[in-house]
Design a protein around this ligand. Structure first.
Ligand code: 5GP
Length: 191
């Protein structure tokens, strides 16, 4: 495999991870390309096949698992699988770019284990449990049951933060993005 590095961002839902990734992608000096995951869920809203995800049927997903096409996969939500395709990492790194991936906490730790020093695992933390609750409620789209489930899941996931290479607290979006960009800059400078 070629030289490109692998940047893993994981965080509980509501932490602002996707927004940070979008902001990082606009910085050409980081040479980041987004690793498009495969999922067995259907597209939502404006999502496009090959941009947000490769949308597969549960059967197609299962066949790719059997064929060993995934670096890792997880059933992130009951009945819905998400996974990182080997071909995606090859595609990006062979172009000399670095891979940035938005994957769940367990997947993030697995990818780090597989790629070792070639990967940097970053955990994005909410400033507090109360602030995370405020943000999840502020979306105004989810039921009370969904919010409570997300909060319980977040508390569980936060327990894995110490196992990541590094952590960034997202209190202020611009500051958190800059801190993450600085970490990536230092990491990609290393040989
Ligand atoms: P969504 O809201 O897009 O349905 O759910 C996304 C969740 O699945 C997030 O927690 C995201 O980090 C995770 N996810 C997305 N792609 C992957 C992947 O390839 N592998 C794993 N393990 N998790 C993923």
């Amino acid at each position: 495999m070629s030289e490109g590095k692998i940047i893993i961002l994981s965080a509980p839902s509501g932490t602002g991870k996707s927004t940070i990734i979008s902001k990082l992608m606009t910085r050409p000096e980081l040479r980041l390309k987004f690793s498009v995951s495969a999922t067995s869920r259907a597209p939502r809203g404006e999502e496009v096949h090959g941009r947000e995800y490769y949308f597969l049927t549960p059967e197609e997903f299962g066949r790719k698992v059997e064929a060993g096409e995934f670096v890792e996969w997880e059933e992130v939500y009951a009945g819905t699988r998400y996974g990182t395709l080997r071909s995606e990492i090859e595609r990006i790194t062979s172009q000399g770019s670095n891979v940035i991936m938005d994957i769940d906490v367990k997947g993030g730790l697995n990818v780090k284990k597989i790629f070792g020093p070639r990967a940097l695992s970053i955990f994005i933390l909410p400033p507090s449990h109360e602030e995370l609750e405020r943000r999840l409620r502020g979306r105004g789209t989810d039921s009370e049951e969904t919010i409570l489930k997300r909060l319980a899941k977040a508390d569980f996931e936060l327990g894995f933060a110490p196992q990541f290479d590094t952590r960034v607290v997202n209190g202020d979006l611009e500051t958190a993005t800059q801190q993450t960009a600085d970490l990536i800059t230092d990491f990609i400078k290393e040989s």
